[in-house]
Design a protein around this ligand. Structure first.
Ligand SMILES: Nc1ncnc2c1ncn2[C@@H]1O[C@H](COP(=O)(O)OP(=O)(O)OP(=O)(O)O)[C@@H](O)[C@H]1O
Ligand SMILES: [Mg+2]
Length: 302
């Protein structure tokens, strides 16, 4: 039976982590880090080094290249366990549970904090494949072309965490950010269902959830200066009984003065308004909502 991430993590010893860290350290300069460098950076004697390399290869935490010189590269799984190690050592996470998200660009797990509360850990995966549609036309991607996938994934993790911190501080309805390491972002678990699963909601609750979304878009725009850019029923979690909503999945945001920001803001608001209209029969005027979000009118359109 294949191990899940937590089982894999707990099966590793200190030597394996030393080797992973050694490879990570030189990954920026070498696609495949020469074995001599790994040996030097890990400080392990050859027999222990080779044992650790074998364990890591067998579990697909590293990949080996043979050729004129042999070398090793981290896989995303290798990066995952390094981030997990850090989060456990810092006392952020005490147990990693099941995968909950089947996201295109991240693996999302439920986790438990030392105090027993539930968390969500999102391991970003953006770097390796080309950026999908939503990431195109973003000014910051231009600076990343020369970077390795590992740096991209770490950068995206940092970007999402910092955006969540600003949004949370300003009172936006987003999951509370807890910690970040490498490409992993830890948030509080929020009770809710993806809007895409079309939870049953009365008209009143639906309108209230829609207001939460628009208010969050407004706080993001006016107080943080950003536009989500990928708002859809997949990135909104709702509490149907209470009629409350959270907006998740922020790493692709753009600043409001960037070239495509206006377009993206309009698309975000139109998309959400259309979904709520079709599914729940609640009506919000898009132009009025946009004016409210931008601060051109102070009264909400409901
Ligand atoms: N804080 C949270 N609390 C509860 N569930 C969450 C939380 N964050 C994410 N989830 C669940 O995990 C899923 C995926 O999360 P998210 O949208 O952040 O990443 P993603 O889908 O991998 O990214 P992308 O949409 O770019 O592919 C969500 O749709 C949601 O079901
Ligand atoms: Mg998502």
């Amino acid at each position: 039976m294949p191990k899940n991430l937590w089982q894999l993590y707990t099966s590793l010893g200190e030597d394996e982590f030393r080797v992973l860290r050694a490879i990570e350290r030189f990954q920026g300069r070498h696609e495949y880090v020469p074995v001599e460098l790994v040996e030097k950076a890990s400080g392990l004697p050859p027999s222990r080094l080779h044992r650790a390399l074998a364990v890591l290869s067998r579990n697909k935490l590293i990949k080996r290249r043979l050729g004129n010189f042999s070398g090793y590269t981290l896989t995303f799984l290798g990066l995952d366990v390094l981030a997990l190690r850090n989060l456990v050592k810092r006392g952020v996470v005490s147990l990693l549970g099941d995968k909950i998200g089947i996201g295109k660009e991240g693996d999302v797990y439920i986790a438990v904090a030392p105090d027993g509360s539930r968390l969500v850990v999102k391991f970003h995966r953006e770097g390796r494949k080309s950026f999908r549609k939503v990431w195109r036309h973003r000014s910051f991607t231009l600076n990343l072309e020369a970077s390795t996938w590992l740096e991209v994934a770490k950068y995206v993790g940092e970007r999402e965490f910092k955006a969540l911190v600003s949004l949370w501080r300003e009172g936006a309805r987003v999951p509370e950010p807890v910690a970040w390491n490498r490409h992993a972002v830890v948030q509080r678990y929020v009770e809710g269902v993806e809007l895409s699963e079309a939870p049953e909601m009365g008209e009143e609750e639906a309108l209230s959830a829609l207001r939460d979304v628009i208010e969050t878009v407004r706080v993001a725009y006016q107080r943080v200066g950003i536009v989500h850019g990928d708002l859809s029923e997949y990135n909104i979690l709702v509490e149907p009984a209470e009629g409350r909503a959270y907006v998740i999945d922020w790493p692709q945001y753009v600043y409001k003065d960037e070239p495509h920001a206006d377009e993206l803001l309009r698309r975000d608001v139109e998309y959400v308004a259309r979904f709520f209209r079709k599914k729940y029969g609640v009506e919000v005027d898009v132009e009025e909502a946009l004016a409210y979000v931008r601060g051109e009118r102070s009264e909400p359109p409901w």
